[in-house]
Design a protein around this ligand. Structure first.
Ligand code: PFF
Ligand code: NA
Length: 441
């Protein structure tokens, strides 16, 4: 598609919500969330995380929506248009962040494909220690590189086809499937012997933990809130840029956030009962938490291989719709601003992301470093700059744009703007500073 041909739009009214939910719901909910909870001490993290979703994530998502719908451009073009000058470089940060995140995201997605096949081969190991050893073997090295390649090839193929046929279609199956399977597994997990202890670990916060650990909980929770909602990277700018009609963006945002938060929360209700029942310290398995705990559970269950294959298969598809959204940011930039066709752009960019992911596929320690750097530094930094720009110098434009499709916001407009100006910006600054200190520790 040449730069001057008409821009694509969502095919159906719900296409936008589906795609945004598809972007939000992914490995961030099912892989990253439980392992962050485990690393950051359980319920204390959950509490701060939920607060941030509502107080920071929701207002920030609306900012990205109004920028996208107002400019109808990719993030770089959008920031050039509304900010000009140096602000366009914020768009570049988004693109860089997308590159880095997708490089290791695809590696983890590769693990989910591997674990789907493992189920079909009846290969889950019922013992948690053995499952952990198995994870370590499968998650790095040649195996991991191969499945990373397979996953990226699928992403490239879908993005090359384009917005309407590719993304909307892929997403309609995923969300209902995830909801049904996670709720089913949570009910199963409730019957396990360790469920009681797991619930109190996961659900009753100790104030002492928050007081003692806030320096690491705060940046982790802010980063996770942005990551899980696909914020700080221009995804929601890009997706809202394909919107034409005057949708109620606040309502759409609430729906998207509701789905995302519910799926993460329920995943915790699955993972921790299984880990506690198996006697595994939830802080222990780290990036492998979900793979170790679930493989061990599936290894024990009648027909566990089948449930496992269906579960990991669904997660792989959820990861796919999120990965597509990340790729779409970069591809839409190249398609809009340079005279490159979509298929070529997808192939070249996807190939580069594959190469960048090889270190993460090779060594779990590197994957951890990429993840921490992208999540606690890049993501928060880009998001922070966008929030400052829009809330301080474009507040009138932002409120006007949000009011299209809602009507007069009255005093809610200033409430939103001041929440972003003060609360969101302040929390992100603190999170960024603590995140940098944490990273260089
Ligand atoms: N929100 C996705 C998830 O939770 O898995 C991951 C993600 C997608 C992060 C797109 C960032 C993004 F731009
Ligand atoms: Na998510």
């Amino acid at each position: 598609m040449a730069a001057d041909s008409p821009r694509e739009q969502w095919a159906t009214r719900v296409g936008f919500i589906f795609a945004a939910v598809g972007s939000a719901v992914g490995l961030g909910n099912i892989w990253r969330f439980p392992f962050q909870v485990g690393q950051e001490g359980g319920a204390a993290f959950l509490l701060i995380y939920l607060l941030f979703i509502v107080l920071i994530g929701f207002p920030a998502m609306l900012v990205e929506f109004v920028v996208g719908r107002h400019t109808k451009r990719n993030p770089v073009g959008a920031l050039k248009r509304i900010g000009g000058g140096v602000w366009q470089y914020v768009g570049w940060i988004f693109i860089a962040t997308g590159f880095v995140i997708l490089s290791y995201y695809s590696v983890v997605a590769g693990w989910t494909i591997r674990y789907t096949l493992l189920g079909l081969q009846d290969g889950y190991l019922g013992d948690a220690a053995e499952a952990e050893a198995q994870f370590v073997t499968l998650a790095s090295g040649l195996d991991a590189i191969l499945f990373h390649a397979i996953f990226m090839a699928i992403v490239i193929a879908i993005v090359a086809v384009g917005i309407q046929r590719g993304i909307e279609l892929a997403v309609k199956v995923i969300v209902p499937a995830i909801v049904v399977i996670t709720v089913g597994l949570a009910i199963y997990a409730a019957t396990l012997a360790g469920a009681g202890d797991a619930y109190s670990y996961y659900l009753s916060p100790e104030w002492g933990t928050i007081a003692a650990e806030w320096q690491s909980i705060l940046p982790a929770a802010a980063g996770q809130a942005f990551f899980t909602l696909s914020l700080g990277m221009g995804v929601m700018i890009t997706y809202a840029s394909y919107l034409d009609e005057d949708r109620n963006l606040a309502e759409d945002g609430a729906i998207i956030i509701g789905f995302d938060t519910a799926i993460a929360f329920v995943t915790g209700l699955i993972v921790f009962p299984i880990l506690f029942t198996a006697g595994v310290d939830p802080a222990d398995p780290g990036a492998g938490a979900i793979f170790v705990s679930l493989a061990a559970a599936f290894g024990d269950l009648t027909l566990g291989w089948l449930i496992g294959a269906v579960f990991f298969g669904t997660v792989a598809i959820a990861a796919l719709s999120s990965a597509i959204s990340l790729m779409e940011v970069v591809v839409s930039y190249v398609v809009d601003e340079r005279d490159v066709d979509r298929a070529t752009a997808a192939l070249v960019i996807g190939g580069a992301i594959f190469l960048l992911g090889i270190p993460s596929a090779y060594d779990l320690v590197l994957l951890d470093l990429f993840d921490l750097f992208a999540d606690q530094i890049l993501l928060v930094f880009g998001g922070l700059l966008l929030m400052i720009l829009v809330s301080w110098s474009l507040s009138e434009l932002a409120v006007d744009e949000l009011e299209r499709g809602i009507g007069d916001l009255g005093s809610l407009g200033p409430v939103w703007i001041w929440t972003v100006r003060l609360l969101v910006v302040l929390v992100l600054i603190i999170a960024l500073v603590l995140g940098i200190l944490d990273y260089y520790e």
